[in-house]
Design a protein around this ligand. Structure first.
Ligand code: UDP
Length: 350
């Protein structure tokens, strides 16, 4: 019997992760996928570009929910996803990462006794002030299948008493990077468009609440990037939220090469040819490593601890890089296939 998977996505990194897993689902006759887009990220440069470029299945339900406070947004999503589940009657609900869309999807399904599969389970920053940390912890605790990208994620779950349904599969973002490098080819037109020289620019992103919630924190992070721009161009594909708050605080981006958010293939090209990465993004810290570029994380801690211990990443206010070695985590680029096999086996289909 074919099992129906209802996938709930809403934010940029989820589209990228879902692209990898959706391809594996499409190749599997035992599963059929229906895509729900909550609407959390709705700007075309934060959403449509990924669906178009990465061949993500067409959205079956667009809930068009965005804006408002965390509680309001999550509450509205919870209600709409519950209705969608009642309509679609899926066998699984699949969620990714740590956004409000992740938590709303997981909670709606758990209450209706639909088993939840969580990709990127077990990550912890141990900083409960981060909205993402609350979302990940709660999602993990209502999930039936917990797909961990790293051994430390498995250990984090064990410490919280979660051992059943936990699978170390590797990182689907590694799968996504391999695919993007193949699709992007070696013709990085974006470098020409921006007047950049290979190996002589920095890629930066800033969007986390801890860096954008107050004028002081945003000014501090921009001033580090501006310092860096004295030695080489700093390209900053600007998150809409960061653009909005900077304008509210009256902060400028002088000296930085500010561009609109780019698609994933342009991002792969930018990362492949840069000198280094400076970011508060979770995904970008690992992608820096996948492209073997040093990273500075513009946060007080990271969930991707192996990037630090293996010398590819450092915290901006922390010690210098540790001695560099390869990271033995993140899998073999086939995390998505493993996820699909495990879901089939768990459904008794395999
Ligand atoms: N990304 C992108 N274009 C951009 C900025 C980021 O394609 O202009 C990709 C990036 O390569 C990574 C993902 O978006 O795969 C990270 O998303 P984000 O930083 O929004 O979320 P986080 O990883 O922090 O959850």
């Amino acid at each position: 019997m074919v099992q129906k998977v209802l996938t709930v996505v809403g934010a940029r990194p989820q589209f990228i992760k879902a692209a990898a897993v959706s391809r594996a689902i499409a190749a599997c006759p035992g599963l059929v996928e229906v895509m729900v887009h909550t609407g959390q990220h709705f700007d075309p440069s934060m959403s449509d570009v990924f669906f178009n470029e990465l061949g993500i299945p067409a959205v079956g339900h667009n809930l068009d929910i965005h804006g408002g406070g965390h509680g309001q947004m999550t509450g509205r999503m919870l209600e709409a996803i519950e209705q969608t589940i009642l309509e679609e009657k899926p066998d699984w609900l699949l969620v990714y990462g740590d956004t409000n869309s992740t938590l709303a999807g997981a909670l709606a399904a758990a209450k209706l006794h639909i088993p939840v599969a969580h990709v990127e389970a077990g990550l912890r920053s141990f900083n409960r002030a981060m909205p993402e940390e609350i979302n990940r912890v709660l999602t993990d605790h209502v999930s039936h299948l917990l797909f961990c990208p790293t051994g430390s994620a498995v250990s984090n779950l064990a410490r919280e008493g979660i051992a059943t349904g936990v699978h170390l599969v590797g990182d689907v973002m590694f799968d996504a990077t391999i695919d993007a490098v193949r699709r992007a080819g070696d013709n990085p037109t974006i470098l020409g468009r921006l007047g950049l020289t290979r190996g002589a620019y920095v890629v930066a992103t800033v969007h986390r609440a801890e860096n954008t919630d107050t004028e002081e924190s945003l000014e501090a992070v921009l001033s580090v990037l501006k310092d860096k721009a004295r030695s080489m161009p700093v390209v900053l594909p600007l998150h809409p939220r960061t653009r909005q708050v900077a304008s509210r605080f009256g902060l400028d981006f002088d000296a930085l090469t500010v561009i609109d958010p780019v698609g994933y293939l342009d991002m792969a090209a930018l990362l492949g040819h840069c000198a280094e990465v400076m970011t508060d993004s979770g995904g970008l810290q690992k992608e820096a490593y996948f492209h073997r570029k040093p990273c500075t994380t513009l946060r007080g801690e990271t969930e991707w601890v192996e990037t630090i211990t293996c010398g590819w990443n450092r915290l901006w206010r922390g010690p210098d890089y540790a001695p560099r070695r390869d990271i033995a985590e993140y899998g073999d680029g086939h995390a998505a296939e493993k996820i699909v096999e495990i879901m089939l086996a768990a459904a008794g289909v395999a």
